[in-house]
Design a binder for this molecule. Sequence first.
Ligand code: SF4
Ligand code: SF4
Length: 124
Amino acid sequence: MKRELGIARCGLACCLCSENATCDGCSSEQCHDAARCENRRCSKEKGVGHCYECCEDCRKGLLSKIKPYAFGLFARRYGEDELLNCLERNEKQGIVYHRNGVFGDYDEFDDAEQLISFIRTGKR
Ligand code: SF4
Ligand code: SF4
């Protein structure tokens, strides 16, 4: 885990992304999706660092997907530091963020609250 890369504007975990060998995270301008990322554009326009800092209940762009949406909800509720703490602990316990391409253990949920509980406890 590259904790210093933190969480992307949308909520994805740059710190655990399999592409972080060549991408220094969302704020580095190196993400290959940067130019077309709606969350990146919108959050910059609104002057917030992340979508979870925005007061709108929004499912635009990557927030239409359960993983960044739930990660963002978690960060809004408990803070980004706590999210990183949980992700770090879970990784040490064998939970893999990108196990198969961009699919991993956090992608096995279709309910945001269940995913948040998994992040918190490391248990399904
Ligand atoms: S590819 Fe996207 S999610 Fe992965 S490290 Fe880069 S900015 Fe973060
Ligand atoms: S409106 Fe949506 S995309 Fe824009 S900053 Fe807020 S949460 Fe992010």
